[in-house]
Structures are given as C-alpha cells and as structure tokens.
Design a protein around this ligand. Structure first.
Ligand code: MN
Length: 296
C-alpha cells in the first residue's frame, strides 16, 4: 500500500494534472496537460466517482497513454501504472525472478520495471487502496487484431484486470502514422461512460481497435469476432558489429480470415471494432476426440 503521505502527494499530482478533479476547478499554470476537450460528462456525480486505472505496453512515456489520460480525465479519477519501457509483445507475463520497483514520472504517472501484466497486477493487488471501477490499456501504437491478441501486452494488461474481476478495455490505434490518438481516446471515453451508465452485468474484457482517422470520419462501431492471420513472416537474420549473426522476429502475417463479422473487416471498412474476449483456452469441441484417442 502507499503510505498516506505518498497517497496525498499522488492525489495532489492528479489534481494538478487533471484540473477538473479539483474542487475549485482552477487550472494550474504548470500543468503539462490541458483538461480533456469535449462536452461535460452527463450524470457528473456518478461519473466523477469513477476510478480508472490506466496501463499500456508501449511504456509510460508513450503518446497514446497521455492521450488516454487526457481523454478519460474529464470523467474519472485517473491512476496510471505502466511499464518503464516498451514491452510490446510481452503477452501475459509476470516477472517472478527479480523484484519490481515502482517509480514516479514528473507528470505523476507511475511506472514499473516490469511487464504490462505486472503493472496491473501490482496496482490492483497491493498498490492501490481501492479497487478501480474500470481498467483501460493503451492506446497502443498499432493494431491488435486476430492472433495479435495472444502476443499483445496491451491486451494482456486488460486481461489481467479482467482476471482480477474488473471490467477492462484494451484500445489500439490502427494505422502507420498514429496521428489521431484523440479519436481512440474519445472512443475509450464513450465506452467507459457507457459502462458507468449501464453496467454490463457480466465480467467484461473488450478488445477495441480504432482507425487512425478523425472522430467524425469513423464509419460506426461494430461488435466483432477475432479474425485470423496467415503465418508470421520468417525471422530476419543480420550481422551485429562483431560479425555475429542476430535475428529479428519477422512481421505478423497478413489477414487470412477477414470476412464480415471479423475485426479485420470492420477496420477495413473504416469502423471501430469491439471484440469481447474470454480467457478459457479449452478446445471444448475436441474433448471427445482426445478422449477417444487417449483411450485407444
Ligand atoms: Mn505496443
């Protein structure tokens, strides 16, 4: 747990970062962030009590995380616990072979020398003296569709929240230039507001991919299933300065199953994709097959 003095300092930092949280609502000159633009949240009393934990896999300094904090700062109390460096591709990994350290960035964000899963796990199971109402991970620089979800640290941070019983949302921006984080932040705000207004009624883990376009240019929101990719590109070999062979993991494969109803298809037509995920890897339909095979 944070000691009370540290917690007080932390709250003060958040008020300084997100002036709308402060009682007198007076903007502070040295705040590195402007309060989020856009309309005031409806039902402010309920929404202002929302406690939102943010994380990501691109690192605490990533522009997508700042955009998310700014976008959600108008509707809730923001706490950020994110990895100290880019841990994209970390999947659902916990660090068990060394101690983890919590640090504080000048903007109030907390960061950990661990994985996205470590961050959410630490925050929820020991760091915070409250349970977040919702966890949002992102905004990732790049898509997390189809098979990507198995490798993604962005999805993993949200999955950890889900496993700990908290509604969780992973948000990724799909494109090459990443110019419209604000679009994805607004989608995240829409979804969190919706969760506050209309609780889902079941454990929920949403994987959200947003086209990198202005909000007005989005072509709707589609609830989808995951598509599939072709096999990944081969590893790429090269030489390091000492003449030793080194390898880079190759690019993800192109979309293979990308028909109507998939996340790939939604993005292809310029819509936001929202895929509900689950964690049970059991291949239930193969249980009879394996039972027959194993008893031969
Ligand atoms: Mn990433």
């Amino acid at each position: 747990m944070l000691d009370p003095r540290e917690a007080a300092a932390w709250s003060l930092t958040l008020v300084r970062l997100y002036p709308r949280l402060s009682a007198d609502d007076s903007p502070l000159d040295d705040s590195p962030f402007e309060p989020a633009a856009g309309p005031e949240a409806p039902h402010g009393i309920i929404l202002s009590r929302m406690r939102i934990l943010l994380s990501n896999d691109d690192g605490y300094f990533a522009p997508g995380l700042a955009a998310l904090a700014e976008g959600l700062g108008s509707i809730g109390e923001i706490t950020v616990v994110a990895p100290e460096r880019d841990r994209s591709g970390a999947s659902n990994s916990l660090t068990l072979d060394r101690p983890l350290m919590l640090s504080r960035a000048p903007n109030g964000f907390r960061y950990v020398n661990g994985t996205p899963t470590d961050c959410v796990h630490m925050a929820v199971t020991g760091l915070l003296d409250f349970e977040p109402d919702v966890i949002v991970s992102g905004i990732n620089s790049g898509s997390n569709m189809g098979d990507d979800t198995l490798y993604s640290g962005t999805v993993a941070a949200a999955t950890e929240g889900y496993l700990l019983g908290i509604p969780s949302i992973a948000v990724s921006l799909v494109g090459q230039e990443f110019r419209h984080f604000a679009t994805a932040a607004r989608i995240a705000r829409d979804l969190v507001e919706r969760l506050a207004r209309a609780p889902f009624g079941a454990p929920v883990l949403l994987n959200v991919n947003v086209p990198d376009v202005p909000y007005e240019a989005l072509r709707g929101v589609e609830v989808t299933r995951l598509g599939r990719r072709h096999k990944a590109q081969p590893v790429v070999a090269g030489k390091n300065p000492r003449g030793e062979t080194v390898y880079w993991v190759g690019a993800a494969g192109p979309a293979r199953e990308a028909g109507p109803g998939t996340d790939f298809h939604a993005l292809e037509r310029g819509a936001v994709s929202v895929t509900p995920l689950q964690v049970d890897l059991t291949h239930a339909s193969q249980i009879p097959l394996v039972s027959g095979w194993i008893s031969q």
